[in-house]
Design a protein around this ligand. Structure first.
Ligand code: ADP
Ligand code: MG
Ligand code: MG
Length: 900
């Protein structure tokens, strides 16, 4: 088998699309040669060889070395030097390189080939002893660390050899009074190399090999071994990279950035990776080897005179110092971008004024940069619209939709407490400890951060009023997190170190002497889950005018609809601005929560506490005024777009006040005894309310409750029609498990519909009648459900809860353990469980459409805004996904990407 692929001298046996065999680095080195760029010659040993090496119990395949020494001949003739030669010795680097980049996770050894045999020749040839001994001491340091310690699996008590040699280097510099590495003379370095070798022998019990061939073989094996190094293995687990891929080894001629002041090394991005600006962005160091830049041993200088960067004014840029070489590099930048049609991350070295390319790969970037670059490249004619759509990661869009902390100001401070990043974005405000205070302070024009031990539904008003929310308890799917994300508020939950004393209005951070008092300033980074006790600068990322232009392109390529879950006209408006094409879930009960709901809630309670049908109908009549008002305003805000109204879903006891104090208050207002209220509350109490008297079951027991809602929907639609608008209501029945429930409710709908038409003297209201599918039985009997239902909306929160038997309100106790132990790959409440719940969905869609071919199908669970779930919905043939307003653009982008 062919194990070795050569590159160098403008030719190569590999190319960019051979990453699987040659690794990313090897494939791109070959590609750069084919592009005619100056790449030091070398060869790549395939990833398959790495797998063979492991398969054979960590032995190099028998046919490898012949191929290596053959390829070496080509390298030698290209470079005009010879490996292990006394006169004109070639030095090599031995570099790792997996299919997908694993930055810094595997090992690389530089300057291989220096020995007592080759050093004299190199001294004579270069006449630069400082360079020779600098390279030698570097080789010993890296080789001892990578090949002799790590690859051999040596376990040293205390510091590793690398650290010990680093300490020696520091002590040596100190003893001579030197500030930097470059102060060291040739004699110093020669002396140090000798000391290093002694130390290696002493610590590792083995001599540093004084033989070029042995060094190379050791280097190759060490790179293979580093595939299974600790760092690499855990990185693969996190990134989901298969163990079976293996790493390639790139053996490449050394070029030297440490040959003196006409030599240098650097790293660059072809465009700014933070902003996307089409400005060459990078750092370089004179008289150094590449590792110095990344390892932060010395502070590098900027590449060019980017005047935006204050700090740069005091440093010498490469553009200023060596303009000709800079121009050459800038031309290479253009060649590479044209070839790869993307922003690249490059590594280069300058040896004695001559420029060499050592690496290129597609560069990592922020969401803002991704969007700006994609739009620029479209304008520059480098990429087409499909590629633009694919260039932005939907998860990164989040970053663009919420204000963020200015990264420069965040870098200067330490968080006082950390929690789960529940609601992305940033917020600054003064601390309050109760929902009432949040509302009151906000009314006075204060920006507030609501700090709570935990957050419960009674806090919604305060959450609405607050800029951000910080809680000591709770998980990512907790109520607070859900609501915060829906409102686009930054939110940190489960900050365990936080201890909140509501009565004393202070909070403490365990293990510190930090005390947070009412009125103190906090800045929250909801994207990271970090809280700071200073006011940090915020930036509004949506100010980027190109966001709209980008989304227009996205929509051009999107086939599936995107709706929103919104319960108020205000949210409906936000969602429309974000591009929602309708409401997929309007939760009727939400009008009984929060600010301004007092009267409606009072009437609802009155209805719940009614003892007779007459009393109940009277209360319902009063209540319908409120219900209708919200429904009408929401349909108006979404004019011409459909609005799916879900009939009342939660168990009624949720609305009966729990505390004796509140019960007494209500009793007084209703003119009944507090006992009567307590009794009714008890009567409504259920041991398992999520599976209790809720959803369609309420309407079966109290048909008049359904009737009131249906009438409110039709009457608001009729009024809007008469006013010249275009309402498109959809009536959705929740928590159904049988078509009989749908038929039962449909009778009410039909009757009320006829009555409303007559009352308003109109011929028709365009509406649909359908159901939420959230019980497994409804999926299994979808063919029957579709006989009555004109649409399905998968309520994946409840469907997941009932399919797994995981209570969504209680997963906080065990979900993390499931995830840590890899019993589950992901939290099914965040991303659809495609294996299980997904089967039910697909079965339901198929059966439903078998009965009714034009059955409209959507999803309205929290997962509707999760990119992987959106993709699953598209593949399952859904007509739309519905998600919280701030996730609408993310869903639009995900849906568009699914079609490409
Ligand atoms: P990583 O994958 O961790 O970035 P590399 O294989 O790119 O590791 O090597 C690290 C650094 O070593 C490079 O950035 C480069 O500066 C330097 N280097 C690697 N090979 C050579 C070479 N042939 N000549 C000069 N420097 C090299
Ligand atoms: Mg590199
Ligand atoms: Mg539900």
């Amino acid at each position: 088998v062919k194990r070795v692929y050569s590159f160098g001298g403008k030719t190569a046996e590999g190319k960019a699309d051979m990453k699987n065999l040659l690794g990313g680095k090897g494939a791109n080195l070959a590609e750069m040669c084919l592009l005619g760029l100056p790449v030091p010659a070398g060869f790549t040993i395939t990833t398959e060889t790495c797998n063979d090496y492991y398969a054979d119990g960590c032995k190099l395949p028998a046919d490898l070395l012949t191929q290596v020494w053959d390829a070496m001949k080509k390298v030698e003739s290209d470079m005009g030097m010879k490996y292990d030669d006394t006169e004109n010795p070639l030095l090599l680097s031995c570099r790792s390189g997996a299919r997908s980049s694993m930055p810094g996770m595997m090992d690389t050894v530089l300057n291989i080939g220096l020995s007592s045999k080759t050093i004299p020749g190199l001294l004579k040839k270069t006449n630069n002893p400082r360079f020779v001994y600098d390279s030698y001491r570097r080789l010993i340091m890296m080789y001892a660390d990578v090949v002799m310690e790590k690859a051999e699996g040596v376990e040293l008590p205390g510091d590793g050899i690398r650290k010990q040699l680093d300490n020696m280097l520091d002590l040596f510099k100190k003893s001579k009074g030197y500030q930097t590495d470059t102060d060291m003379t040739a004699d110093d370095l020669k002396q140090l190399s000798e000391n290093f070798k002694k130390k290696v022998q002493e610590v590792l019990g083995k001599a540093f090999p004084d033989d070029a061939k042995e060094q190379l073989i050791g280097g190759i094996m060490a790179v293979f071994k580093s595939w299974n190094g600790k760092k690499a293995v855990s990185y693969r687990r996190i990134e989901g990279i298969p163990d079976a891929w293996g790493t390639a080894v790139n053996v490449q001629s050394m070029v030297f950035g440490n040959m003196g002041d006409s030599s240098a090394t650097g790293v660059a991005f072809t465009r700014n990776p933070a902003t996307g600006d089409n400005i060459f962005y990078g750092e370089w160091l004179v008289n150094a080897q590449g590792e110095d830049v990344v390892a932060g041993i010395r502070t590098p200088n900027p590449l060019n005179d980017d005047t935006k960067n204050e700090q740069n004014k005091h440093l010498h840029s490469m553009q200023e110092a060596i303009p000709t070489t800079y121009k050459e590099l800038d031309a290479i930048r253009a060649t590479l971008e044209k070839n790869y049609k993307d922003m690249l991350d490059i590594e280069f070295t300058i040896q004695d004024n001559k420029l060499y390319m050592l690496q290129c790969r597609v560069g990592k970037r922020t969401g803002t940069a991704a969007l700006n670059m994609a739009m620029d490249m479209l304008k520059e004619g480098i990429i087409n619209e499909e590629t633009v759509v694919m260039r932005v990661d939907p998860a990164q869009l989040d970053e663009l939709l919420h204000p963020i902390i200015d990264p420069a100001s965040e870098a200067k401070v330490e968080p006082i407490v950390k929690g789960l990043p529940a609601g992305p974005g940033a917020s600054v405000g003064r601390v309050v400890f109760t929902s009432e205070d949040a509302v009151a302070w906000e009314r006075k024009g204060e920006k507030v951060i609501l700090v709570r031990e935990e957050t419960n539904p009674e806090d919604v008003e305060g959450m609405r009023a607050a800029q951000g929310i910080l809680t000591a308890r709770g998980g990512m799917t907790s109520h607070a997190a859900l609501v915060a994300r829906g409102w686009g508020k930054s939110c940190i939950v489960g900050a365990g170190a936080l201890h909140v004393d509501v009565v004393g209005k202070i909070a403490k951070v365990t293990g510190t002497n930090i005390v947070i008092k009412e009125g103190d300033i906090l800045t929250l980074n909801g994207t990271k889950g970090h809280a700071y006790n200073v006011a940090l600068e915020l930036m509004d990322a949506t100010e980027n005018p190109r966001f709209q232009a980008f989304m227009t392109i996205v929509d051009k390529h999107r086939k599936m609809g995107v709706r929103t879950n919104a319960d108020t006209p205000a949210d409906a408006k936000i969602a429309r601005d974000f591009g929602a094409e309708g409401i997929g879930l309007f939760r009727t009960e939400h009008m009984f929560y929060g600010e301004g709901s007092e009267q409606a809630l009072f009437l609802l309670r009155k209805m719940i506490l009614s003892n007779t049908l007459e009393e109940r109908v009277a209360a319902l009549n009063d209540l319908s005024v409120f219900v209708k008002k919200d429904m009408k305003a929401t349909m108006l805000a979404m004019d011409t777009c459909p609005v799916t109204f879900r009939l009342l879903d939660p168990p009624l006891h949720e609305f009966v006040p729990q505390s004796a104090e509140k019960q007494a208050e209500l009793a007084k207002a209703l003119g009944i005894s507090a006992e009567a209220i307590a009794k009714r509350g008890e009567a409504l109490h259920e041991s398992n309310p999520m599976m209790g008297h809720r959803g369609v079951r309420l309407g079966v027991t109290y048909p008049e409750v359904s009737e009131m809602q249906v009438r409110a929907i039709f009457e608001s639609a009729a009024e809007l029609l008469k006013e010249g608008h275009h309402p498109k209501p959809e009536i959705m029945v929740p928590v159904t498990c049988d078509v009989s429930e749908l038929e039962f409710t449909k009778k009410i709908v039909d009757r009320v519909y006829t009555e409303v038409l007559a009352k308003f003297g109109i011929k028709e209201i365009h509406y649909l009648y359908g159901t939420m599918i959230e019980i497994p039985r409804a999926c299994l009997l979808a063919d029957r459900m579709a006989k009555t239902a004109q649409f399905f909306s998968f309520g994946t929160n409840d469907l997941t809860q009932m399919t797994f038997g995981f209570s969504r309100d209680d997963i906080g106790g065990f979900m993390n353990h499931y995830l840590d132990n890899r019993l589950l790959a992901a939290d099914p409440f965040q991303t659809i469980d495609q294996d299980g719940v997904g089967q039910l969905i697909q079965f339901g869609v198929e059966r439903g459409r078998a009965t009714r071919s034009d059955l409209k199908v959507g999803i309205c669970g929290e997962q509707g805004g999760d990119p992987a779930s959106v993709d699953f919905c598209y593949r399952s043939g859904l007509n739309y996904v519905s998600c919280s307003p701030f996730r609408v653009p993310i869903a639009r982008l995900s849906a568009a990407q699914s079609t490409i």
